[in-house]
Design a protein around this ligand. Structure first.
Ligand code: EPZ
Length: 434
């Protein structure tokens, strides 16, 4: 397995371009099951999760061809309804196969997704929504079996204890677009990735109103046609790169972004004294060089348009070097703090109070051997390694490859010193950890 060897202390400067959003591309790939015609998807990030979703679609019977580094052609002419455990367990986002399989085939059999380090990942809202749409659901032997022969439009409320559900909304929309009648979804997620999915479905002939709001009205149609769609830029990758620039006090311009999708982060960065120049017409944002000190912040993660949970770990890394006390509370995934023990190993000063991290900024972080645990925690550890004194070894970086395309190449092009090496090159005292 690969590990990262990061030589800290190098300031990032220059421009970097952001790829397509993983969390849009995955449901968009699933949505191609809704038609027997060909869908051409562009600006797809080159990630293990994407290749994995392609593998599942092929297993279901679709023709799936990668026609370019970021281009795919998918034709689900004849597909079946069963996604097995050995595939689904490897990627939770497989759950968003439920909606399109029910919409297209009126049947679905998808293994229950496993949990993951950021917390239990229930799908009760997905199942409640499908029941409201006339489906009969049976959960047995670790599988969700859906009989959608009675699928029809209806009213459903998708709010849970932690707010709307992103992939739950995607699933309900993908089931409803081919359901006879009208579906009204209240407390729908309005993340930009859900908007992107809806926009693609409209291109395919779906009738969806209220896109971008928490209230969606969907008029079912008989069938959908193929389409061409380009995935929207990844606001989380963009935010990660901006925070990396700020962490090293460099000047970094992130291109191919939609500033309007990043207001909560930009507002938070402004509050902590990270000066950003925003060029909406050129779809770029520059974090300005700042040799001064940043200010501590209070962050609470919330559903969009609130502060995104997927940037919580990255901001926590930045705050670990910011003088004063910062308070970071997780309202989406209360356990999403696997990065904290690793940052403590680097000399950070963080204490946990329930779902809140109290971060007391320190003058210096120190390179250390640390372990990646989940996608965004891994990004936070890379950010910390960029600013740490000395060398940081990050093991299990396969977590990072699930959601970031060549992050180390992008950061090295800005001046970072990150080597991706085989774990056999780890210093001997670390090998037993690998
Ligand atoms: C999506 O996950 C993203 N993944 C996550 O990104 C992101 O963190 C999350 O939305 C929140 O924004 C993809 O889009 C593939 P949810 P999803 O259903 O849809 C609870 C990353 O790092 N909930 O919106 O699975 C749930 O436990 C990943 O890129 C229920 O209680 O998240 C959580 O507390 C990580 N019952 C909250 O709602 C349900 O039926 C939000 O979950 C569904 C969810």
């Amino acid at each position: 397995m690969d590990v990262f060897q990061i030589e800290g202390g190098h300031t990032l400067n220059g421009s970097v371009s952001v790829g397509g959003a993983k969390n849009a591309a995955l449901p968009i790939f699933a949505a191609t099951l809704l038609t027997g015609e060909t869908c051409r998807i562009e600006a797809v990030p080159d990630l293990t999760d994407i290749r994995f979703m392609a593998k599942i679609l092929r297993y279901l019977g679709a023709r799936v061809d990668q026609t370019g580094p970021h281009s795919w052609e998918i034709e689900a002419k004849e597909v079946h309804h069963r996604a097995p455990y050995e595939l689904v367990r490897q990627m939770r986002a497989s759950v968003c196969l439920l909606g399109p399989l029910v919409g297209r085939l009126r049947r679905a059999e998808v293994s229950l997704p496993g949990g993951c380090v950021i917390g239990p990942r229930p799908i009760d809202l997905h199942l409640k929504g499908l029941s409201r749409l006339g489906c009969t659901i049976d959960v047995r032997n670790g599988y969700v079996e859906v009989d959608g022969s009675g699928l029809r439009g209806d009213y459903l409320y998708l709010g849970g204890r932690h707010g709307p559900t992103v992939t739950g909304t995607a699933n309900m929309v993908m089931a409803a677009v081919l359901a006879p009648g009208v579906t009204r979804i209240e407390s729908a997620a309005c993340e930009p990735e859900v908007v992107d999915l809806c926009q693609m479905l409209v291109k395919m002939g779906a009738k969806i109103h209220g896109i971008g709001s928490h209230y969606l009205k969907i008029e079912g149609v008989k069938e959908l046609k193929g389409c061409q769609h380009s995935v929207l830029p990844d606001r989380i990758e963009a935010g990660t790169l901006l925070i990396a620039g700020a962490m090293t006090h460099g000047e970094v311009t992130v291109e191919n972004v939609v500033p309007g999708h990043m207001r909560a982060l930009l507002d938070t960065l402004e509050s902590c004294g990270v000066e950003c120049e925003i060029f909406p017409d050129q779809r770029q944002i520059t974090v300005k060089k700042n040799s001064g000190e940043y200010k501590p912040v209070e962050i609470i993660t919330l559903p969009h348009p609130g502060f995104p949970t997927d940037l919580q770990a990255q901001m926590l890394a930045l705050m670990s070097l910011t003088p004063g006390l910062s308070f970071i509370t997780e309202r989406i995934y209360p356990n999403r703090f696997m990065h904290v023990p690793e940052l403590l190993r680097m000399g950070a000063h963080i204490s946990m109070e329930g779902a809140s991290a109290v971060v007391k900024g320190v003058d210096q972080l120190y390179g250390a051997p640390i372990m990646a645990s989940d996608l965004r925690a891994s990004a936070a550890l890379v950010i910390a390694g960029l600013a740490a004194q000395g060398t940081t070894w990050i093991q299990r970086i396969y977590h990072l490859d699930r959601g970031y395309e060549s992050l180390e190449s992008k950061l090295n092009a800005l001046g970072a010193k990150i080597n991706r090496v085989d774990e056999s090159l780890l210093p001997s005292e670390l090998l037993e950890d690998a």
